[in-house]
Design a protein around this ligand. Structure first.
Ligand code: C5P
Length: 222
C-alpha cells in the first residue's frame, strides 16, 4: 500500500468532519464520512416508514439501497440510489434516529465491509465512531477527538445560527448527550478510544490547532 490511512473517532460534534476534511485536503487524501452512510440509511428507513429498531426491516432497506460518497474538489455529496441527499441527512429527524439504526449487528457488518473496501488502497482520512477499533484496526494513525458537551453544543449552535437556521442551545446539549450515550453504551462496536489512538481534547483549541497536531503526527509516521 502506498499511503497510510488515518482514523478519526470521537463523540458527536467534536469537529471530526471539519478536521478530517482539512487534513485530507492538505495531504491530498480522500475523506470518508462514515456517519453520512448511517445517516443516508436512516433517511431511507424513515422515508419508507420502516421501524429503526427492527433489524430485519433496516437490513431490508440497506440491501436494496445504493449509498455513494461523491467527492468533487473538496466538497462531498452523498447519493442515495443516485439522488443527492447531502442536505436531507442532516435534519433533526435523521440525527435523532441514526443511533438506533447504527445499533444493529448486521447493519454494522455490512457498513464496515463497505468502509473497509473504500480504504483498501490507503490514502484516506476516515471519521466515525468505530474506525480505529473495528473498521481500520491497522490504521497507521488513530485520533480520538473529544471536547466537552457544552463546547460541542455551542459549536453546533453557532454553526446553525451562521447558516441562518433556528437553533436551541439547551436542546442541542440534550440531543448530543443522548446520542453519545446510545453510541457509547451499545453492545456492538460502541464508541470508545482504540488503545493505540492519540486523544486530542479540543475544548479550548481552534480547528487549525487540531489540524496542525494531526499533520505533525502524520509527518512522524511517514
Ligand atoms: O458522525 P455523525 O454524527 O454524522 O454520525 C451519525 C451517527 O452514526 C452516530 O451518532 C452513530 O450512531 C452512527 N455512526 C456509527 N459508526 C460510525 C459512524 C457513525 O455508529 N463509524
Amino acid at each position: 500500500r502506498k499511503q497510510m490511512n488515518i482514523a478519526i473517532d470521537g463523540p458527536a460534534g467534536a469537529g471530526k468532519s471539519t478536521v478530517a476534511k482539512m487534513v485530507a485536503e492538505k495531504l491530498s487524501f480522500i475523506y470518508i464520512d462514515t456517519g453520512a452512510m448511517y445517516r443516508a440509511l436512516t433517511y431511507e428507513v424513515l422515508n419508507r416508514k420502516m421501524d429503526v429498531n427492527n433489524e430485519a426491516e433496516v437490513m431490508g432497506v440497506l440491501n436494496n439501497t445504493k449509498i455513494q460518497l461523491l467527492i468533487n474538489k473538496g466538497s462531498q455529496s452523498i447519493l442515495l440510489n443516485g439522488e443527492d441527499v447531502s442536505e436531507e441527512i442532516r435534519s433533526t429527524l435523521v440525527t435523532n434516529n441514526v443511533s438506533y439504526v447504527a445499533k444493529h449487528l448486521e447493519v454494522r457488518k455490512e457498513m464496515v465491509k463497505r468502509q473497509q473496501q473504500l480504504a483498501d488502497e490507503g490514502g484516506t482520512v476516515m471519521d466515525g465512531r468505530d474506525i480505529g477499533t473495528m473498521v481500520l484496526p491497522n490504521a497507521e494513525l488513530k485520533i480520538f477527538l473529544t471536547a466537552s458537551v457544552d463546547e460541542r453544543a455551542r459549536r453546533r449552535h453557532e454553526e446553525y445560527l451562521s447558516k441562518g437556521q433556528p437553533s436551541d442551545l439547551e436542546k442541542l446539549k440534550t440531543e448530543i448527550s443522548r446520542r453519545d450515550k446510545i453510541d457509547s453504551e451499545r453492545e456492538i462496536a460502541p464508541l470508545r478510544k482504540a488503545e493505540d489512538a492519540i486523544e486530542i481534547n479540543s475544548t479550548s483549541m481552534t480547528i487549525e490547532d487540531v489540524v496542525q497536531i494531526i499533520l505533525s503526527l502524520v509527518e512522524e509516521r511517514r
